[in-house]
Structure formats: structure tokens, C-alpha cells
Design a protein. Structure first.
Length: 63
């Protein structure tokens, strides 16, 4: 069964966005929404071993 990772995304105080995975030590930040989506994917790939099951990601945007 695939892992589900939920990211809490917030506006960064200095501009841009900050993403934090709930229940995992995965954090990233970016200046644009498009850049953030790619960096979240990259961070998840780096966090888990290559042989592990596919992960599903969901984002929650908090303002």
C-alpha cells in the first residue's frame, strides 16, 4: 500500500511559500507555487529509499 503524505503549505513571512510534511521530517520552501510543487516532489524522493512503495501527496494550504 502506498504511503500518503500530507503537506501543510503556508505563506512564508519573507515571501514565497513553506511546505511541511505532517508526520515526517520533510520541509522545503520556494518563491513560487510551481517551484514549490517540484521541490516537494524532490524532497519526498530524497526522503524515502528508492525501493520503497510509491507515495501519494496531498497539500493543505493555510492562510
Amino acid at each position: 500500500m502506498a504511503k500518503e503524505i500530507i503537506f501543510l503549505i503556508e505563506d512564508a513571512p519573507e515571501g514565497g511559500y513553506v511546505a511541511q510534511a505532517l508526520g515526517y521530517s520533510i520541509f522545503t520552501e520556494a518563491d513560487t507555487w510551481e517551484e514549490l510543487k517540484q521541490l516537494v516532489r524532490d524532497a519526498v524522493q530524497c526522503h524515502f529509499d528508492e525501493g520503497e512503495e510509491q507515495t501519494l501527496m496531498e497539500t493543505l494550504f493555510e492562510r
